[in-house]
Ligand binder design. Structure first.
Ligand SMILES: N[C@@H](CCC(=O)N[C@@H](CS)C(=O)NCC(=O)O)C(=O)O
Length: 271
């Protein structure tokens, strides 16, 4: 039996798969892709993942794409310990939240990460010509457009307040979910917690925590979910030390602008 994960330690969607594999004590080979230098566009990788994104799992001969599909596949192939709750209602709640993180939180954190640090990192790594070439290779036109626009204007992109409002809505849903249990789907840790924690850790690194300081269940959950992930034998669960230092430096510089944006989105929500 062999499992290979094509991933990037910095990528939130790869982190959620690594969490699930480690919860299940699986052994795997890893192939790390550098997304900044464009390993995801290499022809051999495109054969595995035509969308040019990570992660991709190869289990023996089976190729599985999409982080949430990969996590469900792992749950089916390696059911112990179970990361799907037993009750159908809790399973539905788990899937609804995983979907919210895929459909809504993933692009929102993408915009805010791009606005706060990725644009600076890309500018340091690439000339304007190399940057244009990089954007041209992005397979999904919506993603390409979002990245290019955010690259130009950072947090002044119209996508930034929309991303913050989206996160605020999902955080409210998380708070509501935990009225009936300590974890996002109910009584037990599930695929929903593994799906959410890398994004919430990133959100905290970007100083988005005013979105949940008045949400006691989410605040407590985040501390517990981060401690749980960090107690697993997983290397760099949230990316390398140098990556986190770079994020911290840029997030500190943008902090005031981020807080002003959060306050303006919150006051619009009330008005
Ligand atoms: N829905 C996909 C999203 C995959 C995705 O967006 N991956 C990002 C890293 S989190 C990526 O590979 N980005 C490369 C790029 O933007 O060029 C999944 O969950 O697997």
């Amino acid at each position: 039996m062999s499992i290979t994960l094509y991933h990037s330690v910095e990528s939130t969607c790869s982190q959620k798969v690594r969490l699930v594999m480690t919860e299940k004590s699986l052994e795997w080979h890893e192939i790390r892709l550098n997304l900044r230098t464009g390993d995801q566009f290499e022809p051999d990788y495109l054969k595995l993942n035509p969308k040019a994104v990570v992660p991709t799992l190869v289990h023996d001969e089976v190729v599985v794409r999409e982080s949430s599909v990969i996590n469900e596949y792992l749950e089916d192939a390696f059911p112990e310990p179970p990361l799907r709750p037993a009750k159908p209602a809790e399973r539905a709640r788990m899937r609804l939240l995983v979907k919210a993180f895929d459909d809504e939180v993933h692009p929102s954190i993408g915009v805010l990460s791009y606005a706060i640090f990725l644009r600076h990192q890309m500018n340091e790594l690439k000339s304007p010509e190399e940057l244009a070439e990089h954007f041209n290779k992005v397979a999904d036109p919506m993603r390409r457009e979002r990245q290019m626009r955010t690259h130009e204007v950072g947090l002044r992109s119209p996508a930034a307040p929309v991303a913050i409002a989206t996160l605020a809505r999902v955080v409210a849903q998380m708070e509501e979910n935990m009225t009936t249990g300590p974890w996002l789907a109910g009584a037990t840790y599930s695929l929903a917690d593994a799906a959410a924690v890398p994004y919430m850790f990133r959100a905290r690194s970007l100083h988005l925590d005013p979105l949940w300081t008045e949400r006691p269940r989410v605040s407590d959950w985040l501390d517990r979910a981060v401690s749980r992930a960090e107690s697993l034998s997983i290397s760099d669960p949230w990316g390398s030390g140098s990556f986190r230092a770079m994020v911290a430096e840029h997030a500190a510089r943008s902090r005031t602008e981020t807080q002003i944006l959060i306050a303006s989105v919150s006051s619009e929500g009330r008005g």
